[in-house]
Design a protein around this ligand. Sequence first.
Ligand code: MN
Length: 208
Amino acid sequence: MLPILLSFLLLLFPSSLLADDFCVADLAGPTTPSGYTCKKPSSVTVKDFVFSGLGVPGNTSNIIKAAVTPAFVGQFPGVNGLGISAARLDLAVGGVVPLHTHPAASEFLVVTQGCILAGFISTSNDVYYTTLKKGESMLFPQGLLHFQVNAGGVTAVAVVSFSSPNPGLQITAFALFANSLPSALVEKVSFLDDAQVKKLKKVLGGSG
Ligand code: MN
């Protein structure tokens, strides 16, 4: 009886329709708020589910002495549609991941080397911050402003995971000072003085 039933089901649902276990992103195709369209299942390989970048230290020779290596859907097509992604953080001595948000995801951080002072600010403007040692973890709820700072004398490394294949990343200082919004308007909406705004625009590459 069971084989007959199975054959009947396979007739009703050909394998092409049953292949909804995953939807590996077709990065050449359109993207939508719900993700990319799927690659043809016949062209999916194990490589679509493997990301090697989290084992590679990022380049921290920059103004923030930090590097974020994303394994978001754009770099890791296998996460498309699965509500998950990851990244590696490298913080050189004195390094900082400045105040930022991921509009689409909560973040779960695990320190794998060194010490990281990390925190977030709630929409009630309550602050939650602490220093994390190797092996310790912290959660950053979706959409809230948060930061990570190297709190030790050696390079710190963390692996983070996100509750979205495309968490988004907006760094507050870059949003305010690395754009072309006229300085007078930045001053108006941020309550900062002219000298400070012009200095940060210059440092971060803004104009206006
Ligand atoms: Mn983050």
